[in-house]
Design a protein around this ligand. Structure first.
Ligand code: ADP
Length: 367
């Protein structure tokens, strides 16, 4: 760097002295003329002319020193600092590649290019890490919610099953007495008995669901062809008025075998399909799709209904949570469904589909 500055200073110093020498030419020529006409003064002029090379050399040296100092402080030092900085940036530990060689300007440009590439790569890596972290967080939150809900379900289930067991027998007796009473009363009272039977049967249904909640796994999951269970359930429900206006798209690959108990799995599917039909008010579309995801079978049931409001989503699997009018929903269907699937080693999740409607995902182990 100093050598380059010195060579520039020498060139500028020589150029400045040369220019001065050229501008002095008319005066020198006049002096030479005077020396020719007047020999006495001419002696002095000749002495000056002889000393000229020394004077010019001193001029060149002085100008060179001055230009060098000015260049050194205004350009040399800042460039040296920049060079040092570029060297630091190019150090391997900062990850901006190997230190480049060559002229300073091209080194600066190459280092800045490397730095930009390295920064962009680092940014992309950070963003990927952030996305990963967010998804891990969401998964953790889901697992925690599931744990709390299954814990609550277990204690509610135990309590409910105890009560249901005690209530079950008197209920069966009550239904028996009502059917005897029906044959012995006048038509007006018969209508009241019929209404009582409907209500008692409703209580009986609730009691059965409660018993289901507290019941441990009934049997051992065995290999079942998922498409067959889905087909059977849809055939069973096909004739019901609830599903008459619901179009169905079924994409369950034949030969997908899962570990499940056919009875409870059918019960879960019936519950989910009926819920979907009710959410769509009996007309819309239902998609049933299955695939293998992360080594497990995932069966998605998506409907074209209104979906589930965001504030309701976390409560959906709580026992007795329902949005249906009194007398129409018990709020036990989803709690029981998840309980049954968990007992089979599977699971049940819900989300709103990006294209609208609720989407329930059943997971089961594959064989
Ligand atoms: P119930 O059907 O007796 O209300 P569930 O446990 O089966 O009990 O369902 C609980 C609640 O979940 C329902 O009241 C309803 O608000 C909501 N839900 C269930 N399935 C759907 C669906 N496909 N679309 C929108 N909401 C649903």
């Amino acid at each position: 760097m100093r050598a380059r500055l010195l060579s520039i200073a020498v060139m500028l110093g020589a150029a400045a002295t040369g220019l001065s020498w050229l501008s002095l030419q008319p005066a020198v020529r006049t002096l030479v003329e005077v020396a020719r006409v007047d020999p006495v003064r001419g002696e002095a002029v000749l002495r000056v002319t002889r000393a000229m090379p020394v004077i010019l050399t001193v001029d060149v040296l002085g100008a060179t020193a001055l230009v060098f100092l000015v260049l050194f402080f205004t350009v040399g030092r800042p460039l040296a600092a920049l060079d040092e900085l570029i060297g630091q940036l190019a150090r391997p530990q900062l990850g901006f590649g190997d230190a480049p060689s060559g002229p300073l300007v091209s080194r600066i440009s190459r280092t800045l290019k490397d730095a930009t590439t390295a920064l962009a790569a680092e940014r992309a890596q950070r963003e990927a890490q952030l996305t990963e972290l967010r998804s891990a967080n969401a998964q953790l939150l889901r697992a925690q919610t599931e744990l709390v809900s299954s814990d609550r379900l277990a204690s509610v289930g135990k309590l409910a099953a105890g009560v249901a067991h005690e209530v079950g027998n008197p209920l069966a007796g009550l239904l028996g007495y009502l059917s005897i009473l029906k044959g012995k009363v006048n038509p007006e009272a018969k209508e009241l008995v019929d209404l009582s039977v409907v209500q008692v049967e409703r209580i009986d249904g609730i009691v059965r669901s409660l018993l289901e909640l507290g019941r441990p796994s009934r049997g051992k999951p065995a290999p079942v062809e998922l498409a067959r269970v889905v087909d059977d359930v849809l055939r069973l429900l096909g004739a019901s008025p609830e599903l008459r206006g619901v179009e169905r798209t079924v994409e369950v690959p034949a030969g997908l075998v899962v570990l499940a108990e056919v009875g409870p799995l059918s019960q879960v599917l019936i519950n989910l399909v009926r819920n979907a039909a009710q959410a769509m008010n009996g007309s819309g579309r239902l998609w049933l799709r299955a695939e293998v995801r992360d080594g497990k079978a995932a069966l998605e049931l998506r409907d074209s209904g209104p979906g589930v409001p965001a504030d309701v989503l976390p409560k959906l699997f709580e026992p007795f949570f329902t949005t249906k009018p009194a007398g129409q929903g018990t709020g036990l269907g989803l709690a029981v469904s998840r309980h049954l699937l968990t007992a089979m080693g599977g699971g049940l999740e819900v989300r709103n589909h990006p294209e609208g409607g609720a989407c329930f995902t059943i997971t089961l182990a594959t064989v």
